[in-house]
Design a binder for this molecule. Structure first.
Ligand code: PBG
Length: 326
C-alpha cells in the first residue's frame, strides 16, 4: 500500500484539538452593529426584507445598543432616516438631524464603552436618493457634494461621533473630511472609509430600511465601483489612506473576498468588511424555508470574511450572534 507520510487528519481528532490549532477566530469584538434610527418613529418598525432588524426610535436604539454592549459589542454604526428630504439633504448636516441626535443619545448613555460610528452620505437625506447633490444635467456633482460631506462630518463630530464613515464614493471625500475635522478641532475623530464600495444589487433591502428610491430608475454606477474590477479597488484604498483614512472598508463582503485578500498585504491599518443587507436577507430567507441552518451559515461566512483578511465586520447578524459569541 502507498505509504502515507503526512496525516493532516491527526489535528482534527477532537473539538479541543481543532480549537487549539484554529487559524481564524471570530469574536464579538470583531463585530459592528448597524442601526437604522427613524425620525418621528414612536415604536420600532420591522423591516420586511431584513427579518429581525428594525427602524428604531432613539430610545429603542439606545436600549438595543446597551443590550449589545452588555454582551461585548464595541462598535455601533448609525444610519439616520429623516422625516424630511430635500435636493441638498439638509437634514444630514443639521445640528438637530436624526443621525446627530442618535449619536449624542448613545454617547450620553455609553460614553467610551461604545465606539459610535455614523454613515456619512447624503442618499438617506436627498429627495432624489443620490449620494450627492445634482448638477444642471442631473449628474452627481463631485466637488459640490464634498462641501456638504465636510459639513456632515462636523455635525456628526459635534454630536460626539468617534468615527465618521464616508460611504458616498466621491473622489477626495476622505481628504476633505479630514481637513474639515482638523480645522475645527476634531483631530481626534477618526475616519472609517468605505474605500472599495461596489455598485451592488446586494444593497436592495437597505433601500427599504432607509426609505430610499433613486429617482427616474437611476443607479449608482457613476460613482460606485464596477464589480468587474479588482485592481481599481487597490487604487481607491491607496487614495483613501493617503488622504487620511484610519480604517478602510470593503463592501459587500462575501462576493468580494478576493478584494479583501488583495487589500490585506498592502495595508497595515485595520480592514473592515460590510456584510450588506442582501447578504443577510438571503441567509434569513433560506433559513425561513428550512433549507439551511442560518446561524451556522452566518458563522461560516463571517469566519470566511475574517480568514480573507478583514479585522472588523459590519453585519446585521451582530444582533443575534453577540449572545452566541460573547
Ligand atoms: C449609502 C449606503 C448604502 C449602504 C450603506 N451605505 C446604500 C448604497 O450605497 O446604495 C448599503 C448597506 C447595505 O446594503 O446593507 N449611504
Amino acid at each position: 500500500m502507498f505509504d502515507i507520510q503526512r496525516r493532516p487528519r491527526r489535528l482534527r481528532n477532537s473539538q479541543a484539538l481543532r480549537d487549539l490549532v484554529a487559524e481564524t477566530r471570530l469574536g464579538v469584538d470583531d463585530l459592528i452593529a448597524p442601526f437604522f434610527v427613524k425620525e418621528g418613529a414612536t415604536e420600532p418598525l420591522p423591516i420586511t426584507s431584513l427579518p429581525g432588524i428594525y427602524q428604531h426610535t432613539i430610545d429603542s436604539f439606545v436600549k438595543e445598543a446597551e443590550r449589545l454592549a452588555g454582551l461585548g459589542v464595541k462598535g455601533f454604526m448609525v444610519f439616520g432616516v429623516p422625516e424630511e428630504k430635500d435636493p441638498v439633504g439638509s437634514q444630514g448636516y443639521a445640528a438637530s438631524g436624526i443621525t446627530q441626535r442618535a449619536i449624542s443619545a448613545l454617547k450620553d448613555r455609553l460614553g467610551d464603552g461604545a465606539v459610535v460610528m455614523a454613515d456619512l452620505c447624503l442618499d438617506e437625506f436627498t429627495d432624489h436618493g443620490h449620494c450627492g447633490i445634482l448638477d444642471d444635467r442631473g449628474c452627481v456633482d463631485n466637488d459640490g457634494t464634498l462641501e456638504l460631506y465636510a459639513q456632515m462630518a462636523l455635525a456628526q463630530a459635534r454630536a460626539g461621533v468617534d468615527l465618521v464613515a464616508p460611504s458616498g464614493m466621491m473622489d477626495g471625500q476622505v481628504g476633505v473630511i479630514r481637513s474639515a475635522l482638523d480645522a475645527e478641532g476634531f483631530s481626534g475623530v477618526g475616519i472609517l472609509a468605505y474605500s472599495a464600495k461596489y455598485a451592488s444589487a446586494f444593497y436592495g433591502p437597505f433601500r427599504e430600511a432607509v426609505d430610499v428610491t433613486i429617482a427616474n430608475g437611476g443607479d449608482r454606477k457613476g460613482y460606485q465601483q464596477d464589480f468587474r474590477n479588482a485592481r481599481e479597488a487597490l487604487t481607491e484604498v491607496e487614495l483613501d489612506i493617503a488622504e487620511g483614512a484610519d480604517v478602510v472598508m470593503v463592501k459587500p463582503a462575501s462576493s468580494y473576498l478576493d478584494i479583501i485578500a488583495a487589500v490585506r498585504p498592502m495595508v497595515s491599518i485595520p480592514i473592515a468588511a460590510y456584510q450588506v443587507s442582501g447578504e443577510y436577507a438571503m441567509v434569513r430567507a433560506a433559513e425561513a424555508q428550512g433549507w439551511i441552518d442560518g446561524q451556522a451559515v452566518a458563522l461560516e461566512q463571517l469566519t470566511a470574511i475574517k480568514r480573507a483578511g478583514a479585522d472588523l465586520i459590519l453585519t446585521y447578524f451582530t444582533h443575534d450572534l453577540a449572545a452566541v459569541l460573547g
